[in-house]
Design a protein around this ligand. Structure first.
Ligand SMILES: NS(=O)(=O)c1c(F)c(F)c(S(=O)(=O)CCO)c(N[C@H]2CCCc3ccccc32)c1F
Ligand SMILES: [Zn+2]
Length: 263
């Protein structure tokens, strides 16, 4: 598709020119206003299968020009939704080393340092994620808010290889690890709403789950994430640093934002 960026002439205000859904409804991210939440007792704890990968397996870590992307094996899936949602990849959104606020979802207007997304597709109904990507029940993304604090040893399982994927379309193989360790302890406390991809083509096809509890990474880890990568190819004369790769929050309009917890 057409090239898109987070700033400049191909930035988010221009996405809808080539990607009409980006100007449509049910867009993500949103600002989660905790006073407007509806507690829904039917929202069960998120249950994950086969997230505990062994170091004998290898995963592909890549720079796709928009984010750092870790491929996930199809044996991983969410089992607590009405249909099976099979894992595809995880990626992150972050700020810049001078401005450590780059999450996509915000809570009462507060933007976190970064946000991790674990992208899954409805494998009960669709053969692969590309077919599922534009279907209303096609995708389920788990969102993990990230703040600066304690060093995160699990994030380092892929972050330590980031200098091998500095430039667009570079990929490296990394030993797998327990992906569950990237998520917060409490998988029973989360926000839930119907939304979209936060990048072009912005399909309104995502069942969003954003966990209430953030995880932490150290300032050093954040700076590595925010300064290591480029959106441009290695051979390009003008290197384009990859940072602040987050979309601004969109209006919730009359969408219900549910929560799985009281208070
Ligand atoms: N924030 S977000 O909405 O979760 C989100 C991103 F931010 C993001 F950059 C990506 S991307 O890296 O593929 C860049 C362009 O889509 C995705 N891709 C998903 C959905 C689109 C189709 C597809 C096909 C194969 C694998 C992953 C995906 C994405 F879902
Ligand atoms: Zn994302």
């Amino acid at each position: 598709g057409a090239k898109w960026t987070y700033t400049g002439p191909h930035g988010e205000h221009h996405w809808s020119m080539h990607y009409p859904f980006c100007g449509g409804s049910f867009q993500s991210p949103i600002d989660i206003q905790t006073r407007q939440l509806s507690f829904d007792p039917s929202l069960r704890p998120i249950e994950l299968q086969n997230y505990n990968l062994s170091a004998n397996e290898q995963l592909t870590l890549g720079n796709n020009g928009h984010s750092v992307v870790l491929s996930l094996p199809r044996k991983m899936y969410i089992s607590s939704l009405p249909q099976r949602y099979t894992a595809a990849q995880l990626h992150l959104h972050w700020g810049s080393s001078h401005l450590p606020s780059g999450s996509e979802h915000t809570i009462n207007g507060h933007q976190f340092a970064a946000e991790m997304h674990l992208v899954h597709f409805n494998s009960d109904r669709y053969p692969n994620i590309s077919i599922a990507a534009d279907k209303s029940d096609g995708l389920a993304v788990l969102g993990v808010l990230i703040e600066i604090g304690e060093y995160n040893p699990v994030v380092d399982h892929f972050l330590k290889y980031i200098n091998g994927i500095k430039y667009r379309d570079q990929k490296v193989q990394v030993p797998a690890f327990n992906i569950r360790g990237l998520l917060p302890t409490r998988l029973d406390e989360y926000y839930r709403y119907d939304g979209s991809l936060t990048t072009p083509p912005c399909y309104p096809s995502v069942l969003w789950t954003v966990f209430k509890t953030p995880v932490t990474i150290s300032l050093k880890q954040f700076r590595t994430l925010a300064t290591a990568m480029y959106s441009s190819h290695q051979q390009e004369t003008v290197p384009v640093p990859m940072n602040s790769n987050f979309r601004k929050p969109h209006y919730t309009d009359n969408r219900l934002v549910l929560c799985s917890f009281k208070r």
